[in-house]
Design a binder for this molecule. Sequence first.
Ligand SMILES: *[C@@H]1O[C@H](CO)[C@@H](O)[C@H](O)[C@H]1NC(C)=O
Ligand SMILES: *[C@@H]1O[C@H](CO)[C@@H](O)[C@H](O)[C@H]1NC(C)=O
Length: 346
Amino acid sequence: MPLLLLLCLSSLPFLSDSAVPAIVVFGDSTVDTGNNNAIPTLLKSNFMPYGRDFLGGTHPTGRFSNGRLASDFYAEAFGLGPIVPAYLDPAYTIKDFATAVCFASAGTGLDNATSGVLSVIPLWKEVEYFKEYQGRLRRYLGVEKAKWTVNEALYVISIGTNDFVENYYSYTTTRYKEFTIEEYNDFLISLTASFIKEIYSLGARKIAFTGLCPMGCVPLERTMNLFYGGGCLEERNWVARDFNSKFQGLIGVLSASLPGLRLVYLPVYDFFLNLVNNPSLYGYEDVEHGCCATGLFELGYLCSQWNPFTCPDANKFVFWDAVHPTEKTSRIVAHYLVNTTLSQFM
Ligand SMILES: *[C@@H]1O[C@H](CO)[C@@H](O)[C@H](O)[C@H]1NC(C)=O
Ligand SMILES: *[C@@H]1O[C@H](CO)[C@@H](O)[C@H](O)[C@H]1NC(C)=O
């Protein structure tokens, strides 16, 4: 008994509940910090001009940004370092992953069919990596501290947009024949519920799920709407709002059935739409085009360092490429979400 007490006392430093011991990230390109570099897919961004403003230098890491992503800023706000390293990046070890790890894969979705479109990592495989990670964490930290870390970590999920952009609305799979858009939203919500139950069963408790953005306002969607004036595609924004309200309905259901779960919704939609509608408030000069290339449709390999149209100052742009925000936008949104929502885990 005294020995046990001693063991407990000696482990007191990690019992502090003022913050979280680790951040664990699941999702798509909005939070993928380089996992796609390690897999055979065409959807990559580990070349210039991606990463040209990364931590004060030029480091194309595989982030779909000129710099860091929102999840990197969350890690920083929680005192867990300036970035969240990608699990498949051989430059990092379990020592790094013990406080911050990212399983996300650009181009993936909630729906298995979505990850198949560009041969990226399906969400179920992200969970397999999470299981493997737990084994490595146990060997590194010991069973008790690893379990504690997994229970107390902050889990951030950012996923869903590709299920519409790459899948349902691009007719790359048969989903558009199988579901009406409302039914597809219901299907995605049921997949979200299964995913959250699964990571809960693996020990996750503090889970932050990012709401969908006004995806009809990204430059690529505006380009598709060019014939009608190039404004936001309102139908896509409606779909995002419908998904978000259905997700918020799910929180009560899951919280009632999973004891100890602290599931929160990161309300990005209204804040982002306000930013898009009032870009000058934040010193932006262009919200309709990405900085990279013409800004109308380029991303991935089409956003090439030889394109002469790429803008000199990404801070004047809301979007970096035709779909993804600039580092500045990610920082502004991340700080807002930390201050309004994630701070409850601090
Ligand atoms: C997705 O694929 C995985 C692996 O094949 C499978 O276990 C899972 O049931 C699939 N999910 C759905 C909803 O079909
Ligand atoms: C959030 O808080 C940080 C300080 O922690 C501050 O620098 C930042 O301006 C705040 N952002 C917003 C959007 O409120």
